[in-house]
Write a protein of this length. Structure first.
Length: 157
């Protein structure tokens, strides 16, 4: 089995369900984790799903992920717009990084339009609610499949 996919969640995402449901929906982070686990299993992948309100903890988890994960999916929440430290940690990785946001950050306040995370990410999925996490897992599975096809020896004819 491939190395796990690390799914990281930043500050206040532990409050999903209660937090501005008109923007973020009514699902809890536990609901999202369960949906991610099921989707990953369909792709033959496992996940390591974490949340922290502490920037340094997220940085440490990203550092520890080196060589231990097959990809990272990250919703850095408010740190998206402020954290050079999280960007620098992500730049240490040599696996695909996919950025996710529940809301469409480009339709919201100006200060949410800029993402530091984006500079380290293969791509960003935003505006599709919790479905974005599942779309990110589908993208990761496809990228890992492509990488495997590219490295496996060609069939002899
Ligand atoms: C968010 C968008 C951020 O701007 C915000 O600070 C969050 C959640 C999202 O998932 O839509 O906490 O990352």
């Amino acid at each position: 089995m491939a190395l796990p996919v690390l799914i990281l969640n930043g500050p206040n995402l532990n409050m999903l369900g209660l937090r501005q449901p008109e923007i973020y929906g009514r699902e809890t982070l536990a609901d999202i984790e369960a949906a991610c686990r099921a989707r990953a299993a369909r792709h033959g992948l496992s996940i390591d799903f974490r949340q922290s309100n502490v920037e340094g903890e997220l940085v440490s988890w990203i550092q520890e992920a080196r060589g231990r994960v097959s990809a990272v999916i990250i919703n850095a929440a408010a740190f998206t717009h402020t954290s050079v430290a999280i960007l620098d940690a992500l730049l240490l990785l040599d696996v695909p990084v996919v950025e996710v946001h529940l809301s469409n950050i480009h339709r919201r306040e100006q200060f949410r339009h800029h993402s530091y995370v984006a500079r380290a990410a293969q791509g960003m999925i935003c505006g599709f609610g919790s479905r974005g996490y599942l779309m990110a897992l589908d993208a990761v599975a496809a990228m890992l499949q492509d990488a495997e096809t590219a490295t496996s020896p060609m069939d002899a004819h």
